[in-house]
Ligand binder design. Sequence first.
Ligand SMILES: NC(=O)c1ccc[n+]([C@@H]2O[C@H](COP(=O)([O-])OP(=O)(O)OC[C@H]3O[C@@H](n4cnc5c(N)ncnc54)[C@H](OP(=O)(O)O)[C@@H]3O)[C@@H](O)[C@H]2O)c1
Length: 256
Amino acid sequence: MAQTDSPRHVLITGASSGIGEALALAYAKPGALLSLTGRDPARLGAVAAACEKRGAQVRQAILDVTDAKATADWAVAADDAQPADLLIANAGISGGTHGGPESAAQTRAVLAVNIDGVVNTVLPLIPHMLARGRGQIALISSLAGHRGFPGAPAYCASKAAVKVWGESLRGELAPRGVKVNVVMPGFVKSRMTDANDFPMPFFMSAEKAAEIIRKGLARDRARIAFPWQTSLLAWTIGMLSPALIDPLLRRLPKKG
Ligand SMILES: NC(=O)c1ccc[n+]([C@@H]2O[C@H](COP(=O)([O-])OP(=O)(O)OC[C@H]3O[C@@H](n4cnc5c(N)ncnc54)[C@H](OP(=O)(O)O)[C@@H]3O)[C@@H](O)[C@H]2O)c1
């Protein structure tokens, strides 16, 4: 059986950029098979080539995770090729309020990619992992899932949903040998945060984030939340009464 600190077959959605790209590179080594997806062929191809250079075998697929059938077909075909040791549901988008209420189109797009896309990625492989009595599923949530922030309503809601779904799945699947982990990063350098024009405390590189995630998954940590300073702050904000915290949150800079 593959050790979780050295999974032989890793599936990653949104591997063409940012955290997904850094995770692909972190798991790329001789003997590893990586099944990587994204929407942008050029970006995904470049990541695949870099992983192959590190000795990994790579399967690439261009797909949109909101397409339930395409995503299920991809996951099952990858698992048929070689049983999946680790599935990372990472693909996601964000959007700010642009100074006004978040548009209906953006709200629906963020919820579709970040919630339905994760569900589309994870559900097809659960029966396969349960049948084997082993496997690991990592859901990429965010520290923004601890509390609704006025600057990104749909994004916060989507990440809260992923967090809570993952926590529930973990309890449900652990007795049957399948590990589930919720990952809650703070601010990490990526195309997503390149769009932010406000100060991002404890900003870290995608490479460092991937290393923290890789180590947390190897230890099967239920919640991989980092960096600790932003994690503590976000958790505390989530615990406080809205009467206390709402006036402060309204003054925070908004995501553009
Ligand atoms: N960066 C942060 O500070 C931060 C913090 C907390 C959580 N996160 C989460 O980390 C994950 C990765 O984000 P990132 O920061 O690395 O951003 P990123 O650089 O923008 O990467 C997002 C990835 O998701 C893919 N993607 C987006 N929509 C998709 C769709 N509909 N179908 C398939 N793939 C899709 C993108 O593919 P294309 O290349 O084709 O666009 C890209 O590979 C997201 O879930 C995000 O919410 C990020």
